[in-house]
Design a protein around this ligand. Structure first.
Ligand code: DGL
Length: 267
């Protein structure tokens, strides 16, 4: 049986783990929430890269992982290239804002991108945008909206703060994008946990795009695994957190419906 490491700054990567458990039920997942260092989105590139390297080294040494899913857009943007250089023998799957799927869904070509400042300011995101722009058949306009504090509010499960921040950022995005905005990319793995609030604020004419399912499918391809039978029960994941493991177990219960205890880990 294969063991796959999955990490994020906190609970956000659970939106990816949820899809991985459906796609690869016979895989052992080790999920690490680096919540002692969350949020990553407002940290320096050097700090995010250092944490990503420590966690990857730890997951390899202690949990003997066969592959790694970087279930965090910010860590992917700032560290995936150097992780691949340091670990050339380890398959590493990253998570990036779903610009390509958004382009094929959008009729107007006006696409909003909600993400952390770390992701939006990265060279990798600039390249991703350029690539889409150079392949575009019609007019294309990406409107980036950094969402400071939103991942942290989701981490704290602070409903009032989540609502207030979503209101502020969607208002600002709509103002910048105009009435033709029809697609919004959730470029941070925490944001699917605010999906109902975001969908309500954006209205029925806007499609929200998340990356969890394509990332899970890509992981299956990379592992060369067979397609799961639809009713195969998933193995319970191993849960690790760099602080407050109970908080992580609570989030897993709430979002994934699984009763699993979590342990403290100190990579
Ligand atoms: N969930 C992460 C992402 O996809 C990081 C959020 C944060 O820690 O700021 O970007």
């Amino acid at each position: 049986m294969k063991t796959v490491g999955v990490f994020d700054s906190g609970v956000g990567g659970l939106s990816v783990l949820r899809a991985l458990l459906v796609e690869l039920p016979d895989t052992r997942f080790v999920y690490l929430a680096d919540n002692a260092f969350a949020p990553y989105g407002e940290r320096s590139a050097a700090e995010v890269s250092q944490r990503s390297h420590r966690i990857t080294g730890y997951l390899r040494e202690v949990h003997a992982i066969d592959a790694l899913v970087v279930a965090c857009n910010t860590a992917t943007a700032l560290a995936v290239d150097s992780l691949r250089k340091t670990h050339p023998d380890l398959p590493i799957i990253g998570v990036e804002p779903a610009l390509k799927p958004a382009v094929s869904l959008s009729r107007s070509g006006r696409i909003g991108v909600l993400a952390t400042r770390g992701t939006l300011d990265s060279a990798r995101f600039a390249l991703l945008r350029e690539r889409q722009a150079s392949q575009a058949k019609g007019p294309l306009h990406f409107i980036s909206q950094p969402c400071d504090g939103l991942a942290a509010a989701i981490e704290r499960d602070d409903e009032d703060a989540i609502r207030a921040l979503c209101e502020r950022y969607i208002l600002s995005l709509c103002k910048a994008a105009g009435s033709e905005l029809d697609t919004v990319v959730l470029g941070c793995t925490h944001y699917p946990f605010a999906m109902s609030t975001l969908a309500l604020l954006c209205g029925p004419t806007v499609t929200l795009v998340d990356t969890a399912v394509p990332v899970a499918r890509r992981t299956r391809e990379v592992l060369g695994a067979m397609t799961a039978s639809p009713d195969a029960p998933a193995l319970p994941p191993v849960l690790l957190a760099t602080r407050d493991p109970q908080g992580l177990a609570h989030a897993v219960h709430r979002w994934l419906g699984l009763g699993v205890t979590a342990q403290l880990a100190q990579p």
